[in-house]
Design a protein around this ligand. Sequence first.
Ligand code: GAP
Length: 488
Amino acid sequence: MAKIAGLDDIVSLCKRRGFIFQSSEIYGGLASCYDYGPLGVELKNNIKKAWWKAVVQMRDDMVGLDCSILMHPLIWKASGHTDKFADLVTECKKCNTRTRVDHLTEHAEQHTKHISIDEAAAKKQDLSDKVCPNCGKVGQFTEPMPFKLMFETQMGANVDDSMTLYLRPETAQGIFANFRNVLDTTRVKIPFGIAQIGKSFRNEVTTKAFIFRTREFEQAEIEFFCKPGTDEEWYEHWKDARFNWYTDLGLKKDNLRFRAHDPDELAHYAKACLDIEYRFPFGSGDWQELEGIANRTDYDLRQHQRGMRTLNNWFEKKGDLSKIDLKDEAQDYESGPLSYFDDQAKKRYIPYVIEPSAGIDRSALAFLVDAYDEEQVRGEKRNLLRFHPALAPVKVGVFPLVKKDGMPEIARNIYNHLKKYFTCFYDHAGAIGRRYRRQDEAGTPFCLTIDGQTNQDNTVTVRDRDSMEQVRVSTDKLLNHLREKLEV
Ligand code: GAP
């Protein structure tokens, strides 16, 4: 039976083996920001590669994009983030700790719903029997207040021409803003999607559980554009495709489930939304959001069309751009610049959008938790990460059994050859058993040992991380043998 990892096991392994470090640790650390170490960056890159391969490379209906983090502030006005992207928070009068109201009032901390500032003001909450999660005092809370989640920054060197910008809180809006560019420069036809991986930033009130909820994180998002009326079908398609992506990469089915959002939980842009949840080893409910899949309808493209029209009119009148009010100017949306011409039906429409939105850091945490194992081998504890080969930071360890009899030279040659094809690690230090254990803990699927027999028959041992079984493979067949096993 595989050991179920606790969060402490994961944090300790990540630090010990150089997967993940606290940001700015030498200065005492910066809360809820993390750095990926040598093994962590390989894991994260492999997750991104696997996602890109599945959703872009292997599909005929998807193209990629890489947008800037800083964008025109009207993007966020049009998308609704400037006015609506907030959490309702309260402060404990005794210890001054701020907490999200939904985290006090709902059964679990899994809800990530952000609410509009107007909604926040309208929502009357009775917190008289609620307990402060920090100091334990009951009912000592201030009046709930909306807390804006976007980080602001200034662009421009001079005071009079500087502009307030935001660090993007999702990568999605860069895709909507480039919808016309992609239509005009490629031969995509609806249905098609645009995929993007990149950093997002949110000034989260409650950060916790290591890399689960941080203020700087990486998202992998798809905006899939389809004809209105076909949206429910595509929603089902993406639901299955994304669930299978996780299980194909080794996450245990029992640790994954869907959770449909209740109508009152839906984001302001969504007609339907569900989370793919993973059974993380923390929180009162265990099940926590890994990825969200939303039917965003034509909300965003319509909003940007409104934004573009308002801006054009503003140029004529001038005024303070930050005070611009998105007007529902009389316009024919269906013939606007963000509409799509269906050349079979000979008509224009604003496409609907299905959005599968994954978190790379959250996926990394789920893959680490799921792969973690401990077992007893001949009276000793063996720690290992049973990563899928596609995700393993190092694919092959190469070891000379001893540092003599020509073994290091042969091992080096094999290592230099194999590293052209996949990430390898050469190690000649310490007893062979210890070298195996070090690679087990890093999740390396195969280790090769060059021993006395290699000189006689040109074979090496190939040890399997999970079963610890060893087979002899001749050096001229090694590359193909490993490629087949690693599926790379
Ligand atoms: N464009 C839609 C969107 O951003 P979301 O549910 O807010 O939707 C999508 O975020 C995914 O991004 C989440 O399922 C999660 O994996 C990741 N994510 C969101 N906020 C995060 C945070 N503060 N830290 C780490 N990952 C986060």
